[in-house]
Design a protein around this ligand. Structure first.
Ligand SMILES: *[C@@H]1O[C@H](CO)[C@@H](O)[C@H](O)[C@H]1NC(C)=O
Ligand SMILES: *[C@@H]1O[C@H](CO)[C@@H](O)[C@H](O)[C@H]1NC(C)=O
Ligand SMILES: *[C@@H]1O[C@H](CO)[C@@H](O)[C@H](O)[C@H]1NC(C)=O
Ligand SMILES: *[C@@H]1O[C@H](CO)[C@@H](O)[C@H](O)[C@H]1NC(C)=O
Ligand SMILES: *[C@@H]1O[C@H](CO)[C@@H](O)[C@H](O)[C@H]1NC(C)=O
Ligand SMILES: *[C@@H]1O[C@H](CO)[C@@H](O)[C@H](O)[C@H]1NC(C)=O
Ligand SMILES: *[C@@H]1O[C@H](CO)[C@@H](O)[C@H](O)[C@H]1NC(C)=O
Length: 312
């Protein structure tokens, strides 16, 4: 009897909030499953859009954002940011049931498993950030379907496999960051055809060279960081104008031969570090183009040219 009274009196209050949320129940159901898989203890007795904590403290962020449809009482989840929370779970395929989601930031957790192929059917996703987790498996070819995707970061995980050629269809991509994994195969040539690319980071990724020379033609690219490539020795890509770069970093890419003419003649804005990379190079007297870092965009005063000459 007491239990019945409790249920009758308490339940309506317990659900009052969620029942008044502007979210469609399908999105609430999706959030329940997403929270369960991520290992996030969301409180569904509170309205996800109005009552969940929004905070940003150091590297820890907690922020689910909803946006209302124009002239409507219905709203949708557009952003989920749960960075730096040590979440222990896996990546939920159910994110695809949040059809208005644009931004997903799950950096610096302890998420494991693989990227769900179902994510390739997210309709409006723009940013997927998964840096510093424990993900393995490869990048699903289905991600090549996402025409809205502008930024993909899977840096510092344990991913492997080749970069699927379907990603060549990511024509809106601006930031592609895959450093710190164990991928295999070559850097795909299609990267040079991503015309909106601004930032490319392939450091210690497991991939092999050569660096596609077509990336030197990209006019939007301002941040290029490639290092620790396997594969054969190749000539430095034919950069003809590095003015636009804020970061140009090519280290241990097995580049040989002469510093390209343009770079050699624009040393006043570059800090150039040359070094011998391999023992073999000492004796064949070819320079390994070890690192080229532009540090001061407008500095024309000091030229720093470090040459480490290994003659013995
Ligand atoms: C709304 O409240 C009713 C009980 O009044 C409950 O059965 C239902 O599950 C609630 N809806 C949601 C989305 O929680
Ligand atoms: C929460 O996320 C939204 C969408 O990304 C953003 O506009 C807002 O500034 C964030 N709020 C805080 C406090 O970080
Ligand atoms: C929303 O309402 C405003 C005025 O209340 C109207 O001007 C506008 O066209 C409406 N927009 C849509 C998408 O119905
Ligand atoms: C990938 O990660 C999962 C979950 O941590 C693990 O069970 C599995 O053995 C890993 N697979 C490989 C090939 O490392
Ligand atoms: C890229 O998209 C086009 C047009 O939708 C399609 O015909 C082609 O097969 C896709 N390429 C890859 C590698 O998926
Ligand atoms: C990386 O993958 C290669 C096979 O492609 C494997 O031999 C190697 O052990 C892997 N390294 C790590 C650190 O997992
Ligand atoms: C290099 O590119 C910048 C703009 O990106 C342009 O202003 C400059 O004239 C170019 N320099 C040369 C030598 O082509």
């Amino acid at each position: 009897m007491l239990l019945v009274i409790l249920c009758v009196t308490v339940l309506p209050f317990a659900f009052a909030s969620i029942n008044t949320t502007c979210l469609p129940s399908k999105e609430v159901d999706a959030l329940r499953e997403i929270g369960r898989k991520l290992g996030k203890d969301w409180d569904f007795e509170r309205d996800p859009c109005r009552d969940w904590e929004i905070s940003s403290i150091g590297e820890r962020e907690n922020n689910v954002t909803c946006i209302a449809e124009p002239n409507s009482t219905i709203c949708h989840v557009v952003s989920i940011n749960l960075q730096g929370q040590s979440l222990p779970g896996i990546l939920p395929p159910e994110l695809v049931n949040l059809p208005y989601l644009q931004n997903l930031e799950l950096n610096r957790n302890r998420l494991s498993g693989t990227i769900p192929p179902a994510w390739g059917f997210m309709e409006r996703i723009v940013n997927i950030a998964l840096l510093a987790n424990r993900l393995n498996g490869s990048i699903p070819q289905e991600l090549g379907n996402i025409r809205t995707l502008k930024s993909l970061s899977v840096e510092d995980n344990m991913m492997y496999g080749a970069i699927p050629h379907e990603l060549g269809n990511l024509t809106s991509i601006e930031r592609f960051r895959i450093s710190g994994n164990n991928f295999s195969g070559k850097i795909p040539d299609f990267i040079g055809e991503w015309t909106s690319l601004t930032s490319l980071r392939i450091q210690a990724s497991g991939l092999e060279g050569p660096i596609p020379s077509s990336i030197t033609l990209s006019e939007s690219l301002t941040d290029l960081r490639i290092s620790d490539l396997g594969g054969p020795d190749t000539l430095c890509p034919p950069f003809s104008n590095t003015t636009r770069f804020t970061h140009l970093f090519l280290r241990s890419c097995n580049l040989i031969g002469q510093l390209p003419q343009y770079l050699a003649s624009s040393l006043e804005v570059l800090l150039v570090i040359w070094t011998f990379c391999s023992f073999l190079n000492l004796f064949t007297n070819t320079w390994n183009f070890f690192a080229l870092i532009k540090t001061h965009k407008h500095s024309s005063s000091v030229v720093n040219l470090y040459r480490q000459i290994g003659n013995k």
